[in-house]
Ligand binder design. Sequence first.
Ligand SMILES: C[S@@+](CC[C@H](N)C(=O)[O-])C[C@H]1O[C@@H](n2cnc3c(N)ncnc32)[C@H](O)[C@@H]1O
Length: 287
Amino acid sequence: MRTTELLVCPVCGGKMSRDEKSLFCLGARRHVYDVASSGYVNLLPPGRMSNAKSGDDRTMISSRAAFLDRGYYSRFSERIGELISSLAENQGKREIALADCACGEGYHTCNITKTIVENNISPCVLGFDASKFGAERGAKRAKKVFGADVFFAAANVFSLPVADSSVDFATSIFAPVAWDEMSRILKDDGYLIVASSGERHLFELRAAIYDEPREASGVVRCADGFAALDEEVVTYKTVIASNADVMSLFSMTPFYYKTSKTDAEKLLKIDSLEVTVEVKLTVFGKK
Ligand SMILES: C[S@@+](CC[C@H](N)C(=O)[O-])C[C@H]1O[C@@H](n2cnc3c(N)ncnc32)[C@H](O)[C@@H]1O
């Protein structure tokens, strides 16, 4: 199985083929999409989302990459890779197709992929994000992942360029869940794994900013047509080792947009911070 076989044209829904420089559809109009030198392709549907402003901007993507590259979050995406490997093994699958939806800059996509390969399962992986900067970074990361076909595209998770009933696993990590699209692209025996903030997630960062810090809500709504099959919480403490890392973490959280300048400035005085990482992993299956 190759990633190209899983893709469909975002304009006409036709099957796709590729050569070195382009992806093109096999529909009557033969729509063509350039493969960038990094390897990513812009498959955003035509219209508003196609402009450079969709998804996270370059600065947000860069700060997330800087933080994630330090490995603070590696444990929970490795756990997602383990979870996928054991679910695939229980189904007797040695080859799987995985779509990471709203994958950001591809850190978790690649980390999950490496773990699956280490478990002797062959993954064919699609990473989609509305941000072209995210997809581009992902494609660069993918060059360091061996034993898997990994493809990144700029795409809208609410209108994915993916064939019906074609993927075994979909992941949504700290991102909006496009339930209808998940239902459409997953095989009948497929699984969706949603990673969301546990109640104590980054509580110490909240406490460093706010006088009355609140816990995260931690609620994941299950849509019609899906059933929550399993849930586990990955919890550990980690020391964010420099002010630069604390600031990168802050700028990739939703607090960044909600915090007053005075509160945000409190973080400038912190050289290191021990935080709780608490991530809820919920496994959904199709009913
Ligand atoms: C909080 S970030 C999480 C990124 C990544 N999953 C991670 O955990 O590192 C949310 C991501 O969702 C993307 N996003 C938001 N709306 C989207 C949409 N409609 N389609 C695709 N991506 C979207 C943003 O560009 C951003 O990269």
